[in-house]
Design a protein around this ligand. Structure first.
Ligand code: NAP
Length: 257
């Protein structure tokens, strides 16, 4: 155990959607701090190499890769159960799995709408609800990942904006309900981040991009992971039910340097 309140060490976590991008970087950060971390995505073949790479390094935390679609309640429950069995409990849940496609509202099918709401909002419900007893057992913490699109117009992403706005409200409402259980629920709303899910700088691994390589309107995966680590750490013990916007510069800023 470290005396540093900004570390999440000595605990266990689940990070959903950690085969790439922001989730992968959060898992790397947790493992580096000594947090035993379950990572999931829809394909075992996508999470296995991530776990192997982290476990082969010198991070003190262990990473457990599990195939789990956050839309599927049975697989979510199995993931939570395995995590508790393997790591002896669950302290931190990061609801990061998400997806989007651009589409004019006029052309958006019911299936397209449902798919995006299912992954981005229902998935957060599934994971948080399945993990409730484990989290309440140890006074844990939830960090949801929404988007700046949740708080402003999201043209051509109406399904995504609506789903992420739901994540924000779920964060606040659940934080109120769970305050008496000692479980904090917060949310990070990123601006544009260089990830495989967005546009990346050439062939560079997004996890390796640093601030000097991107403009002030483009964030790195580390700049989101750092905030997630802070919210999950004892340093944020007095922060509950908050949506923390992480976007580099305020909206409509001109030519930031
Ligand atoms: N990048 C940005 O600019 C940005 C901005 C604001 C918010 N965000 C949010 O940040 C989060 C991470 O985004 P990212 O940019 O890092 O995207 P990414 O690189 O595409 O990563 C998305 C992750 O989610 C997983 N995933 C997708 N659907 C899933 C499902 N149904 N069940 C389980 N895992 C699933 C993917 O794994 P598989 O494909 O292997 O299943 C992948 O690991 C998302 O919630 C996104 O909405 C991103």
């Amino acid at each position: 155990m470290s005396d540093n309140k900004f570390t999440v060490d000595g605990s266990s976590a689940i990070v959903t959607g950690a085969s790439s991008g922001i989730g992968r970087r959060i898992a790397e950060g947790f493992a580096a701090q000594g947090v035993d971390t379950t990572i999931c995505s829809r394909e075992q073949d996508n999470v296995d190499p991530v776990a192997e790479e982290i476990n082969d390094g010198d991070a003190p935390g262990r990473v457990l890769p599990i195939e789990c679609d956050v839309r599927d309640r049975d697989s979510v429950e199995a993931m939570v159960e395995t995590t508790v069995e393997e790591f002896g409990g669950l302290d931190v849940l990061v609801n990061n799995a998400g997806a989007v496609f651009k589409c004019d509202f006029n052309d958006l099918s019911e299936n397209g709408w449902k798919t995006i709401v299912d992954i981005n909002l229902h998935g957060v419900f599934n994971c948080t609800h399945a993990a409730r007893e484990a989290l309440q057992d140890g006074g844990g913490s939830v960090v949801n990942i929404s988007s700046v699109r949740s708080q402003e117009a999201a043209p051509h992403e109406t399904h995504y904006g609506a789903a992420k706005a739901g994540v924000n409200n779920l964060t606040k409402s659940l934080a109120s309900e769970w305050a008496s259980d000692g479980v904090r629920v917060n949310c990070v709303a990123p601006g544009f981040i260089a990830t495989p899910g967005a546009v990346t700088a050439g062939d560079t691994d997004p996890a390796d991009i640093d601030r000097s390589e991107v403009d002030r309107k483009t964030g790195t995966t580390a700049e989101i992971a750092d905030v997630v680590e802070f919210l999950a750490s004892p340093a944020a013990s007095f922060i509950d039910g908050e949506i923390l916007t992480v976007r580099g510069v305020p909206p409509h800023s001109e030519d930031p340097k």
